[in-house]
Design a protein around this ligand. Structure first.
Ligand SMILES: *[C@@H]1O[C@H](CO)[C@@H](O)[C@H](O)[C@H]1NC(C)=O
Ligand SMILES: *[C@@H]1O[C@H](CO)[C@@H](O)[C@H](O)[C@H]1NC(C)=O
Ligand SMILES: *[C@@H]1O[C@H](CO)[C@@H](O)[C@H](O)[C@H]1NC(C)=O
Ligand SMILES: *[C@@H]1O[C@H](CO)[C@@H](O)[C@H](O)[C@H]1NC(C)=O
Ligand SMILES: *[C@@H]1O[C@H](CO)[C@@H](O)[C@H](O)[C@H]1NC(C)=O
Ligand SMILES: *[C@@H]1O[C@H](CO)[C@@H](O)[C@H](O)[C@H]1NC(C)=O
Ligand SMILES: *[C@@H]1O[C@H](CO)[C@@H](O)[C@H](O)[C@H]1NC(C)=O
Length: 831
């Protein structure tokens, strides 16, 4: 055999003699045509995360070439010669003449090759990277010829994509080993199925074995463990060739998903202390998780015995089989639907049964419509729809023909509505539910009260007198009664508790380096959880009395909400006299910074399309608050600094410290304690303390004008032009000169009509009388041009006229200017 001596090899050989070790690692991450590796050698990635070399699985003598962790050599993530083991230690890895990376045995037979077809010879090198990817480069052109991430084995890592092409069906999937000692392709594969609504599947010999439920843009909604902030950061992205990519979040600690030879998909995290792997997730967990255990039209609940039962209105297809625990044949409908009867084209004799906390059936289709009532009316008017469900991110889902793989989850999941004949709906089975539900509610309420009492006790240590003041403030506010009721109903179980230590570690002990801004009632820090998820931690300043109440308010309000245009609360922390709220982290910070921070203008200038979509996004978030959530919520402090932007510039409303929840039949509230921010408050609110949906619409209108003009409402205050932003907008708009009003970066005559329409809509929102202002859903219809004709806008009341007379006493004129808008004013009226 031709051994090429080179210094590295020599070094290695020397090392080999000195250290009694079985393997030696080259100080390189690259195999070139002059460096070959033999059975005892490995190469290691630059950051010493992964090694590439030979190994022997347990219970066998065969040698395989693969990639494994440096910290845990027995944890193999990839195998080259899966089906052609070496029986001795004669294996050598070389770059062949044609440029391929090749594994040969002692008899010069090729056991494995990267198999890049080339007509000519290339100068190539193979590199093991810190991500766990083995790549083959063409040195002369620096092009990537081959990578192991496109031929994965049984392990899924961050940066590895599970791919599915919806046109060609070509997939990148994981495949299990035969058994613990044989890496040959086994029975199980794991991959993405992107068609319609993306899902993750485990297949056993090509037929479904486990299913994750639909991807809703944030989580996989059929996986119990996904409803937790720790399991966050997965993405599904697609390109315009029909490829869909599923990726896992990247963390500071090694994390991997793997499928073993018995079809179990597990997520494991490296535990540095134990120097071993912790299992953080595995599926399937119970028999219920296995695909369609109970057959069609049946539901599985692992806590019941037997675990399978037919859905209400359905009966076993073969009763004898069902009786002995053979459920596969499933259930059939007991009473024909009105829909199915001759002559009937509409299902008016049918109704829908609501099933809570469900993993939705397979083969979900999506139809137009975002709101639950839209889903219902569409489904009920079309007989081929036999069930529907609603998820705030997906919108409407519906099913035809069969309901397959239905499962009840534990307190998470969505509501599934199935079509039944009306007479089936008034079944006596109802009574059972009437007993169970109050018991559950009772239990939940008791746990909540205990939690809140505990929260309260932690906070009240030594602060008794302060608390009395809080309570007095609360009771002087008429809406506080509604709020107090809501506190008792808040579902803390959905909210994770973080320990102080976790947060301190995540934020480098709240270092200045991690400081990202100041929110409503305290500083905000950026943090990194051990699983790599980025969070924002809002820390209540312990001196702040007002913050105490707002903390509870924010927890109550935001824990009930879920919408793509609202910032998501991940959890809270109440420990050591500290109150902290944990949110998802927004890389693009606040709208305020993008619009008004003139020091970084070059990168943050937003084009017209982005600005318009930000306006629409905020509007949709507001619509959800006002109309679509189960509660009616008035935000009361909408302003650019309370709108955060994610990496794709989607706006998310935040800071619910001032928000008020209304009973469903209340239309406006009255408060003695006017809170909000100068410049954004509607006149009736600032002057009389009256707030309603329309006062939020006012703030929204001001914000629209600010987004369009990139000027703060208050900046006009010190200028000669005493019209204010609103007055100025009105004047230029009525002179049909909107291009002079808007930011010169977007002022283009091509879009003059769009801009002028946008200013017009904003002016409708900031009219003096709340009744004149359109409700937010009308505003959205106007923006989307569902409503074409706009009413005339009344001239707005010039903001500073009343602000000056009202706040003149509390705000010294010298302070008025740049800073005032960043503060949230609280004015206690002497009522
Ligand atoms: C393998 O090939 C090399 C050169 O390519 C040659 O020197 C060596 O003798 C061969 N070994 C065997 C066992 O054929
Ligand atoms: C390489 O490609 C050839 C022809 O396409 C195929 O027969 C062979 O199995 C491949 N080898 C490997 C190791 O993939
Ligand atoms: C291949 O590329 C390396 C690095 O650029 C160079 O040192 C070597 O001479 C090249 N070999 C051939 C055969 O071109
Ligand atoms: C693994 O599978 C191979 C064949 O597929 C078999 O020969 C071997 O005995 C199995 N090993 C174990 C530990 O089951
Ligand atoms: C596969 O993983 C599951 C869950 O971790 C475990 O119970 C099972 O024993 C594993 N199977 C094998 C063959 O290791
Ligand atoms: C309903 O069906 C009957 C016969 O089955 C037919 O005579 C009648 O015209 C149908 N009515 C409608 C409204 O289609
Ligand atoms: C009902 O829905 C199906 C599936 O979307 C569609 O193909 C069909 O045209 C609809 N029928 C009616 C009457 O709308």
């Amino acid at each position: 055999m031709n051994i090429k001596i080179n210094p590295l090899l020599l070094q290695c050989v020397l090392l080999f003699f000195c250290v009694p070790s079985h393997s030696s690692s080259f100080k390189t991450d690259t195999i070139t045509s002059t460096l070959t590796i033999k059975d005892s050698d490995t190469i290691e990635s630059l950051g010493r995360v992964f090694r590439f070399g030979f190994f022997t699985p347990k219970n066998t003598k065969n040698r395989y070439l693969g990639i494994f962790y440096s910290v845990s050599e027995e944890t193999v993530i990839w195998v080259a010669n899966r089906d052609k083991p070496l029986s001795d230690s004669s294996g050598t890895v070389i770059i062949a003449k044609d440029g391929n990376l090749v594994l040969i045995n002692g008899r010069n037979q090729t056991l494995w090759s990267t198999n890049v077809t080339t007509a000519f010879s290339r100068n190539t090198s193979a590199q093991i990277q810190d991500t766990g990817n083995l790549v083959l480069w063409d040195i002369s052109t620096s092009t990537l010829l081959w990578q192991s991430f496109l031929q994965p084995c049984d392990v899924f890592l961050p940066k590895l994509n599970l791919i599915d092409n919806i046109y060609t069906g070509k997939k990148v999937v994981l495949s299990s080993w035969r058994n613990g000692s044989d890496p040959e392709v086994g029975s199980f594969t794991v991959g993405l199925k992107a068609l319609k609504i993306p899902q993750i599947f485990t297949w056993k010999n090509e037929s479904p074995y486990w299913r994750s439920g639909p991807w809703n843009g944030q989580i996989l909604i059929g996986v119990q463990d996904m409803y937790s902030p720790y399991n966050d950061g997965f993405t599904v992205k697609n390109d315009n060739l029909g490829n869909f990519y599923f990726t896992a979040p990247e963390g500071n600690l090694p994390m991997r998903f793997s499928v073993n030879s018995t079809g179990s998909l597990t997520q494991t995290l490296w535990n540095e202390k134990r120097r071993d792997w912790d299992i953080s997730f595995s599926a399937p967990k119970t028999e219920c998780d296995i695909y369609n255990t109970c057959g069609n039209f049946a539901t599985c609940n692992s806590k019941d015995s037997p675990i399978c039962s037919c859905l209400r209105g359905f009966e076993p297809r073969v009763i004898e089989e069902w009786g002995v625990g053979n459920w596969r044949s499933g259930c059939v409908r007991r009473k024909q639907l009105k829909c199915e009867q001759r002559n009937s084209s509409s299902g008016h004799g049918d109704g829908f049964l609501r099933l809570q906390f469900m993993k939705v059936p397979d083969f979900a289709e999506q139809f137009q419509g975002r709101r639950l009532d839209e889903c219902r009316s569409r489904c009920s008017s079309n007989c081929s729809c036999i069930a529907y469900a609603h998820d705030p991110y997906i919108g409407c889902m519906f099913w035809r023909e069969n309901l397959i793989d239905v499962q009840r989850l534990d307190g998470v999941g969505v509501d599934l509505y199935i079509r039944l004949k009306k007479s089936e709906l008034d079944d006596p089975e109802d009574k059972k539910v009437f007993i169970i539900i109050p018991v559950i509610i009772g239990f939940a309420t008791i746990s909540l009260i205990i939690f809140i009492a505990w929260c309260w006790m932690v906070k009240t240590k030594g602060e008794k007198t302060k608390d009395r003041k809080v309570l007095e403030t609360l009771s002087s506010d008429s809406t506080a009664i509604v709020l107090k009721d809501e506190i008792e109903k808040v579902n803390i179980e959905e909210l994770s508790l973080f320990s102080f230590e976790t947060l301190a570690n995540a934020t480098n002990h709240f270092s200045d380096y991690n400081f990202i801004g100041r929110g409503g009632f305290g500083p905000v820090y950026k943090g990194n959880l051990p699983n790599g998820k980025e969070i924002a931690v809002k820390r209540l300043s312990s001196a702040s009395l007002q913050g105490n109440e707002e903390f509870m308010n924010e927890v109550v309000v935001i824990s009930k909400l879920q919408h793509r245009n609202l910032v998501r609360l991940l959890g809270c922390c109440v420990e050591r006299d500290e109150n902290m709220l944990i949110y998802e982290y927004m890389p693009n910070k606040s709208l305020d910074g993008c619009l008004f921070d003139r020091t970084h203008t070059s990168e943050k200038i937003l084009d017209w399309k982005t600005r318009f979509s930000i306006i629409e996004g905020i509007g949709r978030g507001l619509l959800y608050l006002h109309r679509d959530s189960r509660l009616k919520i008035i935000h009361r402090d909408l302003k650019p600094s309370n709108v955060l932007l994610d990496e794709d510039w989607n706006p998310k409303i935040s800071d619910f410290g001032m928000a008020r929840i209304f009973g469903s039949n209340e239309d406006y509230g009255n408060t003695a304690r006017v809170v909000g921010t100068y410049g954004y408050m509607a006149p009736e609110y600032a002057m009389e303390g009256k707030f309603s949906e329309k006062s939020d619409v006012f703030s929204f209108g001001v914000m629209m004008l600010e987004i369009l003009s990139r000027k703060k409402n208050t900046h006009y205050y010190n200028q000669e032009l005493s019209l204010g932003l609103l007055g100025c907008a009105w004047k230029l708009w009525s002179e049909e000169n909107c291009l002079a009003f808007v930011d010169q970066m977007i002022a283009s005559s091509n879009i003059e009509e769009d801009i002028s329409r946008c200013v017009h809509i904003a002016l409708l929102c900031v009219q003096e009388f709340s009744d004149d202002r359109p409700a937010i859903q009308i505003v959205l219809s106007m923006l989307s041009r569902e409503i074409l004709d706009l009413p005339m806008a009344e001239q707005p009341l010039f903001a500073e006229k009343w602000n000056r007379s009202h706040f003149g006493m509390t705000q010294p004129t010298t302070q008025v200017g740049y800073s005032i808008n960043d503060l949230t004013l609280t004015v206690l009226d002497g009522r």
